[in-house]
Design a protein around this ligand. Structure first.
Ligand code: PGA
Length: 216
């Protein structure tokens, strides 16, 4: 049985009170790698809750500064993130669209993440060139994000395989885009797919618990 990565991307949602309720309601067992990516403001409390309650959940941030520590108002750098998280999402299509992130910026962010000892989860929309050192990629076709219209498992598997063929350093490719408890299994059972990145369906603790428990 292969072990899957299941990433919850809360995007710009939840207050600290709402995050606490979600963590209280989560019902998941050990086995797969569950990674919660909340807003920066929620990382500290989430970390404490996870440790105190011995939850099988790791943390990731949703972004990272392309710079080291210094005079960059509003930015959160890799070492600051490392205090709380092990993973970092980089290059999500919403950042590329709303904040005009370019491939060059994404490369800089990946570099900073690796320097800080974080694991980058690099989001791509197609079979792209992935920077050296990045071992986890999330294939997220724009048409599937937040639309209720996921890619087919067969096509996602094909893209995942091609990403690995093009980038021999990439060992894990996740699929993201309208993943739910109803379709998770069809993606994770594909040969080249190593897990999923879940947006909307991760906001509800019961639905996310079902997603995790439906993997196997
Ligand atoms: P979605 O988002 O699950 O709401 O489609 C996925 C993502 O943006 O990572």
């Amino acid at each position: 049985m292969k072990k899957s990565f299941i990433v919850a991307n809360w995007k710009s949602n939840k207050t600290s009170a709402e995050a606490k309720v979600w963590l209280e309601e989560l019902r998941v067992s050990e086995g797969n790698t569950i990674i919660l990516c909340p807003a920066f403001t929620l990382l500290s409390d989430s970390k404490s809750y996870i440790i105190d309650h011995n939850l099988p959940v790791k943390l990731g941030s949703q972004d990272i500064s392309p710079f080291e520590a210094g005079a960059y108002t509003g930015e959160v750098n890799g070492l600051q993130i490392k205090d709380y998280a092990e993973y970092v999402l980089i290059g999500h299509s919403e950042r590329r669209t709303h904040f005009t992130e370019t491939d060059d910026l994404v490369r800089e962010k990946s570099k900073r993440a690796l320097e800080a000892g974080l694991v980058p989860i690099l989001c791509v929309q197609d079979v792209s060139v992935v920077p050296e050192g990045v071992k986890i990629v999330a294939y997220e076709p724009v048409f599937a994000i937040g639309t209720g219209n996921p890619d087919t498992p067969e096509n996602a598997d094909k893209v995942a395989r091609e990403i690995k063929e093009k980038n021999s350093h990439v060992k894990q490719v996740l699929y993201g885009g309208s993943v739910t408890s109803g379709n998770i299994k069809s993606f994770v059972e594909m040969e080249s797919i190593n897990g999923v990145l879940v947006g909307k369906a991760s906001l509800d603790a019961q639905e996310f618990s079902l997603i995790v428990n439906n993997v196997s």
